[in-house]
Structure formats: structure tokens, C-alpha cells
Design a protein around this ligand. Structure first.
Ligand SMILES: Nc1ncnc2c1ncn2[C@@H]1O[C@H](COP(=O)(O)OP(=O)(O)OP(=O)(O)O)[C@@H](O)[C@H]1O
Length: 239
């Protein structure tokens, strides 16, 4: 984690296009920049290209045209061996969770910290704390195969945020949980954002977008950004 001064761009797309194999372009002429420390929703109907855009942002794919600049690095001229170091600065919540089945919930969440060489004493303190916060205090030793979809989703979120990444990309992170937990997870993202993490949350959930109407939004339709809505008024204080 090396948070940057707020306001500098953490990621920039210039006229980016993407096609899978020989298929049609699923993203066309995508241009935007996200300032460091910003928090955006990524919205749009099913099939509009939200997951594909996130894949480009976490370097899971290279664009077929245009330019992606991430952490001041032009991805086209970045060597393959340099990519893992950039990826380690990004937390990703995948739509299909991608938890490791042979590890417990606690060990899944601890993984990014262990890769970084964080002391076990720190891990034993912080990981249970975070898992309790997302409502999984009683599931620390559970394997993913024994958890519900919503519980797996929360483990995946905890794993993505535990290392306070520079950039957090979350694909439908509240798709499997009830309203109350969805709000709690959004508050967790807001706390992380206050600590400097730049966040993009892709969602279909219009209710969630309305409740957090103060957040700016990138809106995709048929592979093109049709609307960039700026920051709305600040939220009403909680009663
Ligand atoms: N691996 C792939 N190979 C070929 N085409 C793909 C692949 N992944 C996505 N697509 C196509 O790209 C387009 C955009 O899909 P994408 O999953 O990015 O949309 P989305 O907005 O995330 O949809 P949803 O909200 O349903 O997850 C769709 O037409 C889809 O069929």
C-alpha cells in the first residue's frame, strides 16, 4: 500500500477498445480517469461490459486498442514480469469469489498479508477482527464449501480489503447479501476510502446506488460509457 496524494489520477483509459478473440468489440472508445482517493459506482445493464472493464483495470486482460495507464505506468510498455507487483496493489472482489477451497475463511483472508510477510501475531489480531465486522465471527475456521453464497462473498470482500490496497475493484459485491449487510459492506468500503483507497464498485443494485447518491458514477451501455455523473450532494447525516 502506497497511497498517493488525493487528486492525482490512479488510473486512466484513453480510447480503449476490447474484443474477446475474433468476436465483436465489447468495449468501445472508453476514456476516463479516476483521481486517487475517489469512490465510483460502475453501473449499466447486464452485458454492458462492467466485468470486462474491471478486468482491464486489474490487468486481467490487455486492451485490443487504446491506452491504459495504471499507477503512472503505461500497461502496453510494462513488462510481463512487472505486472504482479502492480496487481498486488489492487484488491479485487470477483463475482465468483475465487476463494481457495482448501483454506479456512481465516486463511483465505490472511493470504494477501502472508504474501507480504506480515507477522503472524498481526494476522491473528486483524483478520478475526475484520471477519467479525462482516458478521463472520463464528466462521473463522470454516472452509468455503460449507459457506453460503453471501458468506463466501463477505470472505472475498474481507480478503480484498485486508491489505488496504491502493485500488479496490468490486464486481457486484453485494449481489448475494441482504440489505442490512449490503449497507454494512458499503460503510466498510467508505471507511477504506477515507484511508486513501480508490474504489470502483460495479453494481446492478439501483437501490444501493440511490442510497449512496453522493458517490459519482460511471455508466456503461453497450460497451460505451454513456454518462459520467459527478459527485452528488453529501449524504444526510444518519438520524
Ligand atoms: N470471456 C469472454 N469471452 C467472450 N465474450 C465475453 C467474455 N466475457 C464477457 N463476454 C461478452 O462481453 C460482453 C460484456 O460482458 P460483461 O460480463 O463484461 O458485462 P457485464 O456488464 O459485467 O454483465 P453482468 O452485469 O451480467 O455481469 C457480453 O456481450 C459478454 O457476452
Amino acid at each position: 500500500m502506497r497511497h498517493r496524494p488525493r487528486g492525482e489520477n490512479i488510473i486512466r483509459f484513453d480510447s480503449v477498445g476490447l474484443r474477446y478473440g475474433l468476436g465483436p468489440e465489447v468495449l468501445q472508445d472508453i476514456s476516463f480517469a479516476l483521481p486517487s482517493g475517489s469512490f465510483h459506482f460502475l453501473t449499466g445493464p447486464s452485458g454492458a461490459g462492467k466485468s470486462s472493464l474491471l478486468r482491464l483495470m486489474y490487468l486481467g486482460l490487455r486492451p485490443t486498442r487504446g491506452r491504459v495507464v495504471l499507477f503512472d505506468r503505461d500497461i502496453a510498455s510494462t513488462k510481463r514480469y512487472e505486472l504482479p507487483a502492480l496487481r498486488r496493489r489492487i484488491g479485487v472482489v470477483f463475482q465468483d469469489f475465487r476463494l481457495l477451497d482448501h483454506l479456512t475463511a481465516l486463511d483465505n483472508v490472511a493470504l494477501p498479508l502472508r504474501v507480504r510477510g506480515v507477522k503472524e501475531s498481526e494476522i491473528r489480531k486483524h483478520v478475526p477482527e475484520l471477519l467479525s465486522w462482516v458478521g463472520l465471527a463464528d466462521q473463522l475456521g470454516a472452509r468455503p464449501s460449507t459457506l453460503s453464497g453471501g458468506q463466501k462473498q463477505r470472505v472475498a470482500i474481507a480478503r480484498a480489503v485486508i491489505g488496504r490496497p491502493d485500488l479496490l475493484l468490486a464486481d457486484e459485491p453485494t449481489g448475494n447479501v441482504d440489505d442490512h449487510i449490503a449497507m454494512r459492506l458499503m460503510y466498510l468500503f467508505e471507511e477504506l476510502n477515507k484511508l486513501g483507497t480508490t474504489i470502483v464498485v460495479a453494481t446492478h443494485n439501483e437501490l444501493l446506488v440511490q442510497r449512496f447518491a453522493h458517490l459519482p458514477r460511471l455508466h456503461l451501455e453497450h460497451g460505451t460509457i454513456t454518462r459520467v455523473r459527478d459527485q452528488g450532494p453529501p449524504p444526510e447525516p444518519a438520524p
